[in-house]
Design a protein around this ligand. Structure first.
Ligand code: ADP
Length: 768
């Protein structure tokens, strides 16, 4: 049959297509399709099958059909329930619609037939063989091909038919198959098919590789698991099982530990859980850590208190020189505890500058009452979680520092020191102060809950003590619960004694020397204190002493000596040039320069206030890093002077002609506070009136607008500074009279002390 065209009914296919030489069955339901089929059955059982471009189109027009289709013979028809009909067709030859003849009930068209030419070139033969080999290879890589198909392909010789066969067996999408259908040249079609084969083989290989890798992984972990289980079973049989050991070990420890009810339940549950997790897995370790934390806490362990006051006194005296008032307060506190027979008392807070022995005295208290000692610095703690811990749900979470401290203490009743409670900050991560409140509150702390532990823990037997540098930044509610004990800064004399009796022997011992190896006269020690340290406490002094010991050690070894005498010149050699020098006070009275006294973190300092006058319009200029409060007291001083111009012998409108400049030297140090009020007033008056100020007078005091002198803080420190500077007359606010007690008599007796109530008294004392 070599017909070039045929008139055939056209059946549009949705989402499928048919190659010549292949069979296909499908269901039809569209009335037009059924009509086309009926027509075909009447005339020669041939039908033209062609894919429609859009699958979802219900009634495609000729233009909506793909250009190439297949002429097929209908082999079988089966009526299905409903209107559906199932047909079995066999593809015969490619065809294209040449002309639409009718579109009435169905599409009737003249179809041009395209039979494959039979190529005879050697190239096509080679291509056929290549295709067969490639298919073999593909079949080996892919599980999708049956051996029959491979055999079937071997039988074929025609390149076009092989290509069709290949396309139908490897291409999944109908659109890709359609492309192959539209390729009329059999050799080109086979070339395309070969390329496809290669691509598919490669993909199949990769797929296979991935699969086998995955399989291996799964197998391996299954094998591991299996082996591990076996080991476990064997070990359990032998009674040396690791996890069984873990679990029963924990159980045993749990039985022996007097946990509270909630803790026991929690611990039990966790041990149970542990049994169900693979040992060594991260979860297992989390469980283990948690149980360890519970069992490591000092449940029920307590040290026995020693409330022997004589012994306490002895310990306190042994460790610390001076501090009589502080020690007395501690003894009182211990006495009350002893009377009450329990350790519930107010929380002590030692307040004072750095290095005055706050921490070490708390350590001594612990020793005196025979308790364990733990210390936690609150400086810079801004996260509640640091105190209370992180919830267990966070990876790597830990209990907070309270629980950590308790574990470290190893007893339920240690002395627990919170250092620098005034340096605690709060921010978005929660307020550590509120957590601290709970810890320090005797009503609540018998059941302290850490976020990590999730169980209540009794802190009520702990003796909490705190320290602070100043009380100003301690949150009010915390302050309410604490009893403040001030630890003042040391006088030079006290420092000398501390150095002689404590720091020097301590440092000698720490450097491997017998006590007394280093000999130093009091004068040299004084020099060490005055020229190499400037501080309220003795921490710097201890460091300087340590340096001295190191240098001495070198000297002793190099010179084969047993002892060394540190003279003044050797001191300079060891420590370098003097770090601090004190300029002696001016002898001559001067205009506009007044000695004030300031209180800084390193103790008291003398502070010169200068005032000059220049032609101008009454402006007041202030320099020297002054804070707002200090600026305000300068303004107040100026107002007072203006209000009292007549009394001071100034022209009423003096301020319209002059500008005033007040300066506080040592500009790098920020200064603030109201206590320079009287000093600035005196400087202003002196500058304006031209009256000289006596330079052996120093003063301190706040002043009101009406000229009243108000009390100030840090009198002891300021007095000591004045003493060091060689001041002879000291002006202080009357209301500070009571504080004079704290000042050693030899210092107090050194001065003429003027206790002022009104600024006039100050002026009378200071101005010549
Ligand atoms: P703070 O806690 O007040 O900053 P520390 O307790 O750390 O001070 O004291 C610093 C050092 O000074 C410690 O080595 C301490 O032993 C020593 N020290 C302080 N005051 C005295 C004192 N009165 N007697 C003996 N040593 C003291």
């Amino acid at each position: 049959m070599n017909l070039k065209t045929m008139e055939l009914p056209v059946l549009p296919l949705r989402g499928i297509m048919l190659f010549p030489g292949m069979v296909l069955h499908f269901d039809i339901a569209r009335p037009r399709s059924i009509a086309a089929l009926e027509q075909a059955m009447e005339a020669g059982q041939k039908i033209f099958l062609v894919a429609q471009k859009q699958e979802e189109q219900e009634e495609p027009a000729p233009a909506d059909l793909c250009p190439v289709g297949t002429v097929a013979a209908v082999r079988q028809i089966m009526n299905l329930p409903g209107e559906n009909i199932r047909v079995l067709v066999e593809g015969e030859v490619r065809g294209t619609i040449q002309e639409v003849l009718s579109e009435e009930n169905y599409l009737l068209a003249r179809i041009e037939l395209h039979r494959d030419r039979v190529p005879r070139s050697a190239e096509s033969k080679a291509l056929v063989r290549t295709a067969q080999d490639l298919f073999d290879e593909f079949a080996r890589s892919s599980q999708r091909v049956s051996t029959e198909m491979v055999e079937g392909l071997r039988q074929q010789e025609k390149p076009g038919e092989i290509a069709d066969l290949l396309a139908s067996s490897i291409l999944q999408k109908w659109q890709e198959r359609q492309e192959m259908l539209e390729e009329m040249d059999p050799v080109k079609r086979l070339e395309k098919a070969c390329a496809l084969l290669m691509r598919e083989t490669e993909l199949a290989d990769t797929e296979k590789e991935i699969q086998s890798r995955l399989r291996k992984q799964v197998e391996r972990s299954q094998k591991d698991y299996y082996l591990r289980e076996q080991i476990r079973a064997i070990q359990n049989e032998l009674g040396e099982g690791d996890d069984a050991d873990d679990q029963s070990g924990y159980r045993k420890r749990m039985e022996e530990t007097p946990l509270n009810e909630e803790a026991r339940a929690k611990c039990e549950k966790e041990i149970e859980r542990m049994g169900r997790i693979a040992p060594g897995s991260p979860e297992y370790i989390v469980s283990e850590t948690y149980i360890d934390w519970i069992l490591d806490l000092p449940w029920g362990k307590e040290t026995e208190d020693s409330l022997d006051l004589a012994k306490a006194r002895e310990v306190l005296d042994r460790e610390h020189y001076g501090l009589d008032k502080v020690k007395e307060r501690i003894i009182e506190y211990l006495a009350v505890l002893r009377m009450k027979k329990n350790m519930k008392g107010p929380i002590l807070c030692f307040v004072g500058p750095p290095g005055v022995g706050k921490t070490s005295i708390v350590r001594a208290i612990a020793e005196a009452v025979n308790r364990k000692f733990v210390r936690m610095s609150l400086g810079g703690v801004r996260d509640e979680a640091e105190i209370r811990g992180h919830r267990k749900t966070y990876i790597g979470s830990m209990p907070g520092r309270i629980i950590t401290g308790m574990k470290q203490a190893g007893s339920m009743n240690p002395v627990f020191l919170f250092d620098e409670i005034d340096k605690m900050a709060s921010d978005f991560r929660g307020d550590p102060a509120s957590a601290m409140l709970e810890v320090l509150d005797a009503e609540q702390n018998f059941a302290f809950r850490d976020h990590y532990m999730e169980i209540p823990f009794d802190l009520s037997k702990v003796m909490f003590i705190t320290t602070a540098n100043s009380v100003e930044t301690i949150p009010e509610p915390l302050l309410d619960r604490m009893e403040l004990i001030e630890v003042p800064s040391y006088t030079e004399e006290e420092k000398l004694q501390i150095l002689k009796r404590h720091l020097k022997p301590k440092q000698e011992a720490e450097h491997g020397m017998a006590a007394g190896t280093i000999r130093m006269s009091d004068a040299v020690m004084r020099e060490m204190i005055e020229k190499y340290t400037r501080e309220a406490g003795v921490r710097g002094l201890e460091r300087v002493m340590a340096k001295c010991c190191r240098k001495s050690a070198v000297y002793l070894l190099e010179n084969q000596k047993k002892r060394i005498t540190v003279t003044s010149s050797r001191l300079h050699e060891f420590l370098g040039a003097a770090r601090y020098t004190r300029e002696p006070l001016e002898k001559e009275a001067r205009v506009g320069i007044v000695n004030g006294l300031a209180w800084t973190s390193v103790g008291g300092e003398t502070l010169e206030v200068e005032c000059v006058l220049m032609p101008g319009k009454g402006n007041l200029k202030l320099t020297g890093q002054l804070g707002d409060v200090m600026r305000e007291s300068a303004e107040a001083a100026f107002s007072w002077v203006r209000a009292h111009s007549a009394e001071l012998g100034l022209e009423e409108d003096f301020y319209t002609k002059v500008d005033l400049h007040i300066h506080l030297p040592e500009g790098a140090v920020p200064k603030d506070g109201p206590s320079a009020g009287v000093t600035m007033t005196t400087a202003l008056v002196s500058a304006l009136t031209g009256r000289k100020v006596r330079q052996d007078v120093a003063m301190t005091g706040e002043m009101t607008l009406r000229g009243r002198v108000l009390p100030i803080g840090g009198l002891k420190e300021k007095t000591l500074a004045a003493y060091r500077a060689g001041v002879r007359t000291l002006v202080i606010p009357k209301e500070n009279h009571k504080d004079l007690e704290e000042i050693p008599a030899y210092v107090r007796d050194h001065f003429r002390i003027v206790e002022a109530e009104e600024i006039q008294q100050v002026l009378k004392t200071a101005l010549v």
